[in-house]
Ligand binder design. Sequence first.
Ligand code: ADP
Ligand code: TRP
Length: 327
Amino acid sequence: MRVLSGIQPTGRFHWGNYFGAIRQYLDLQEGNEAYYFIANLHALTTIRDRQLLSDLTHDAALDLLALGLDPNRAVLYAQSDVPEVSELCWLLMTVTPMGLLERCVSYKDKKAKGLPADAGLFTYPVLMSADILAYDADLVPVGEDQLQHIEVCRDLAGSFNHRFGEVFVMPKGKVLQQSAKVPGTDGEKMSKSYDNTIALFEDAKKQRKQIMRITTDSRPMEEPKEPEGDVLFDLYQLMATDAEREEMAALYRRGGFGYGEVKKALADVAERYFAEPRARREELAAQPDRIQEILADGASQARKKASEVLRRAQEACGVKTRWRVEG
Ligand code: ADP
Ligand code: TRP
């Protein structure tokens, strides 16, 4: 099965991104043909700082590799390195009803808030469709908020195929595990939009400080507490061993402990859990050329597949010229 997903480089990856998405992408490398890309063209709809976008794109690749993305098993590339996708995007645009895009939440929300929206944001789901269809992807693991875009993609593939013949493979969305909704330092869902994140590769000392600042309730120490649903416990169990989790749950139920203790234990398990990726990241960060090489190699594999699909689509709709144009 061909699995494909994109991740936007709009900020440093945090625990929510890892447990909610990245870890699941890494698991899917096993036994599948996986394509993962850094969606820098999509990120351009929000980041308009040249240096920042370029740094975040590089760092996203570095982080994914450090976390275990294996370039020998999965194809890793930057979205903008595959121009065939943008060309395919245009072909799809010609079969996209305006109404379909007008109903898409990201655009609708912005408009409802009275914020200026550009054509990039409006046509964002079409580019996403091209990202998927260009590789004949079968399965697209995404967060629930992206499911609507997968439906758009299936719609567009269907109407293109209906008009021009069986060009595109119909992809399926796969919702990433909901159980992994990771809480942030204020107890709300961890998200860079809420400024409550703990970055995966934060400096260890700074990370400890962030953990010590996680909001807790003011119930007395002696009171027994239900572990499930408590921010600290929910985070702790993501990284603790089964035995540690049971022990901590028992401590909560018994009462007579301070949240400070739990925070310290959380910082310890987090440090242990990410020790290896952290070391790998340091090693890789010292070889920026290696990252560039991996991305270039990934892009060349991705282009091979995408150009085959683009040609198929161009031929089907009559824009594949018979004369050769030298570049
Ligand atoms: P953010 O909310 O910080 O902007 P993104 O929307 O870029 O994060 O998320 C990228 C991926 O990480 C998505 O697939 C999303 O489902 C997942 N993700 C982000 N935050 C969390 C969280 N707190 N819990 C679970 N998954 C998350
Ligand atoms: N829009 C996705 C997000 O914000 C990222 C993305 C872009 C993507 N293109 C994709 C995901 C294609 C899956 C398939 O999370």
